[in-house]
Design a protein around this ligand. Structure first.
Ligand code: G
Ligand code: G
Ligand code: MN
Ligand code: NA
Length: 253
């Protein structure tokens, strides 16, 4: 339909913006990196959410071109940040399953002059469900290059903790739906505690998403969560605003 035609044109024209949402390290209180979040500002319809156009891009065969562009741009931008900062890029399963994926990622960091250890790829549980051997081979290849892997939206999918033993995963991102219920629902607290414990036993980082209140922050800190992300600290920012925040040396909260 019409939106598909417009999306095709937008991909060809690179008519997107990438905003960066800070990830905050709880031990130091500093910004440890940012997640790249794609934005499409449609000339007449206004902002269209990636939750709407990413599935469409996957459906009509545009996700690889779009995904490669996001990866290249994000790496280029991150190369200008202080060297302790990482960039996290969301990867569609379709993009990940391409045979050339690991090679493309290696090329993207090399071209940007970004240390491979400064790139984190966010994958979802759905990817780990099928084609396990191929997925494991690609994840291992990425790890050998030094790239980090984060499991996004953890808890919303199949949430088999066995994934954590089978696959080389550096970080677990606890889905914001658990964080939202954390302070008034005992079961959410219990689930987050279990995830944090299992992650810690495997030397993995846990990041809580969607942190909006200082109450949530304090409780998550007490539980032993390593990193946080959410509107309490900062929404996703345009590069100018992010650079201003970085040079101010402040973490909003
Ligand atoms: O930022 P926002 O809440 O609007 O993002 C909505 C969804 O779109 C999230 O699930 C996020 O992971 C996804 N998303 C944002 N940017 C990208 C991207 O560059 N690639 C992919 N595959 N997904 C993205
Ligand atoms: O699926 P993924 O985790 O990649 O998507 C991140 C999404 O969460 C983005 O759309 C981003 O805009 C949104 N987001 C970021 N911080 C918060 C927050 O504190 N609260 C809520 N409700 N959404 C958030
Ligand atoms: Mn994400
Ligand atoms: Na998420």
């Amino acid at each position: 339909h019409e939106l598909a035609v417009e999306l095709r044109r937008a991909v060809a024209d690179r008519a997107f913006d990438i905003h960066f949402q800070p990830l905050v390290d709880l031990a130091t209180g500093q910004i440890s990196g940012c997640e790249a979040l794609l934005r499409w500002h449609h000339p007449t319809r206004g902002a269209i959410s990636p939750a709407e156009f990413i599935p469409l891009a996957e459906e009509i065969g545009l996700i690889e071109e779009l995904g490669e562009w996001v990866l290249a741009e994000s790496c280029r931008e991150a190369a200008t940040w202080p060297s302790h900062m990482t960039v996290a890029v969301n990867v569609s399963p379709i993009q990940f399953k391409r045979q050339t994926f690991a090679l493309n990622v290696a090329l993207a960091v090399a071209r940007a002059g970004l240390g491979a250890h400064r790139l984190e790829l966010e994958i979802t549980e759905a990817l780990l469900l099928r084609d396990n051997d191929t997925t494991l081979a690609t994840l291992t290849e990425l790890r050998n290059i030094g790239i980090k892997i984060a499991l996004d939206d953890f808890g919303t999918g199949y949430s088999s903790l066995s994934y954590l033993h089978r696959f080389p995963i550096d970080k677990i991102k606890i889905d914001k739906s658990f964080v939202a219920r954390l302070t008034d629902e005992q079961s959410s607290l219990t689930i987050i505690q279990a995830i944090v414990q299992i992650a810690a036993s495997g030397d993995r980082i846990t990041l809580a998403e969607g942190v909006e209140t200082s109450e949530q922050r304090d409780l998550l800190k007490k539980i032993g969560c390593t990193q946080m992300q959410g509107y309490l600290f900062s929404p996703a920012l345009r590069t100018e605003d992010l650079n201003r925040l970085i040079s101010s040396g402040q973490v909003p909260d």
